[in-house]
Write a protein that binds this ligand. Structure first.
Ligand code: ZN
Length: 401
């Protein structure tokens, strides 16, 4: 049983039904490799573990070798995970915060590596405002061939048949960090996986949206080809994420039926109860590969409630999920905004996540807090809520409940 959290001091809370299976839809435990051993002592049943940059791809692949979910696990209903040790689902992708570190070989006559001048030219073209700070530009990592990264991602996805694509996305507000100063580099926390910000000051530079879009789009296409779900980061960009998806699924939109046609379809369905629900057909494992992912989770969704509607339109051919965390959704901005959004997400498309960089008790506690909060907002009992969220997670990850 988890300890009652501090903000509920003195208040006897209803015991939390961990035994029904709690699933974290988005987290980063490989940012703190020492914490990986504690996954086996966690209450949560499965962690959906993201990669973001050069430094964590191999770490997640290695963690999945020991702790990855098995194909037979996918067949279990979530409540039957009770006696199984906690596991992870590995996810492979490149986060928008690191998108500037990728270059498109086609723009450099098929080059696989950039020389010093080309490196500066690359960073000058993808950062805004364009930087004339030569020292800063050369301090950035040597850019990596994007095609090479995609080939690596494809390999990882093929090796891990249940792996997803993530974390990918768009971010309008982030700025890239300044280079490490020699003295602070020496005193950095060695238990953290390198490559993250780690409290470094931010530069004035953002990554051009066209470049972010290109990096996102290619990864979404790969997910579609390999029929994998995707975890998407979007900050101040719900409209552009939607646009990118729309470009990919153009021509595949679902036909929107009239009221009369729907009624007839329902009658036909009632006659033949065997027929699968068309709403979930895009998740079918047998479906042909498509140029867009079958299932997409907008993680720590912080867009406006109105923006939900376009993702939920009946013509959208993919299943769109929304996951929420106390770390992001309730740490900044008014809680009422996140609460309205949670109420507006259909019950079958809501997920929970910790988005935490460290596994263990704290991660469990974050999950418990967000589950309790969602159950309160949705007027669900804890038992019903945990069961619904478990089914949703399973459908999102495996494509079937
Ligand atoms: Zn994340």
């Amino acid at each position: 049983m988890a300890n009652p959290s501090n903000n509920d001091a003195g208040d006897e809370r209803e015991p939390f039904p961990w035994h029904l299976g709690v699933f974290d839809a988005h987290c980063h435990p490989t940012d703190t490799m020492d914490s990986i051993a504690s996954i086996s002592e966690m209450q949560a049943k499965v962690l959906t573990v993201m990669t973001t940059r050069a430094e964590d791809q191999e770490l997640v692949a290695r963690t999945a070798k020991d702790l990855g979910v098995k194909v037979e696990d996918a067949e279990l209903p979530p409540e039957q995970w009770k006696d199984r040790p906690p596991r992870i689902v590995p996810c492979f992708g490149w986060h928008p915060w690191f998108s500037h570190q990728m270059f498109d070989g086609d723009e450099y006559n098929g080059a696989e590596k950039l020389d010093d001048n080309q490196k500066v030219e690359h960073y000058r073209s993808v950062l805004i405002p364009p930087s004339e700070d030569h020292g800063f530009l050369t301090s950035l990592p040597d850019p990596r061939l994007f095609g090479d990264f995609l080939a690596q991602t494809r390999r990882f996805l093929e090796q891990h048949s249940l792996a997803l694509v993530g974390e990918v996305g768009l971010d309008k507000s982030f700025r890239i960090p300044q280079a490490w100063l020699p003295e602070s580099k020496e005193s950095r926390d060695a238990s953290l996986t390198p490559g993250g910000r780690e409290g470094r000051r931010l530069s004035p530079y953002r990554v051009h949206m066209d470049h972010q879009r290109k990096v996102l789009k290619a990864q979404l296409r790969l997910a579609g080809e390999l029929k994998r779900a995707v975890s998407v980061h979007s900050v101040q960009t719900p409209g552009i994420v939607y646009e990118v998806l729309q470009e990919l699924w153009k021509g595949h939109e679902k036909q929107v039926l009239s009221k009369r046609e729907r009624k007839r379809l329902q009658q036909d369905k009632a006659r033949n109860a065997e027929e699968p629900d068309s709403a979930f057909q895009s998740g079918s494992q047998d479906a042909e590969p498509k140029p867009y992912p079958p299932r997409i989770c907008l993680h720590s969704y912080s867009g406006p409630v109105e923006a939900l509607q376009q993702f939920l339109a009946p013509s959208v051919p993919a299943e769109i999920y929304f996951s929420f965390s106390t770390a992001i959704n309730f740490s900044s901005g008014p809680a009422s905004k996140a609460e309205d959004t949670i109420r507006a997400v259909p019950d079958e498309f809501i997920l929970v996540e910790s988005d935490l960089h460290i596994a263990g008790h704290r991660m469990d506690q974050h999950l418990e807090d967000i589950v309790r909060l969602i159950c309160r907002l949705k007027n669900w009992s804890l038992e019903d809520g945990v069961k619904t969220l478990g089914r949703n997670w399973k459908r999102f990850v495996f494509g079937r409940s």
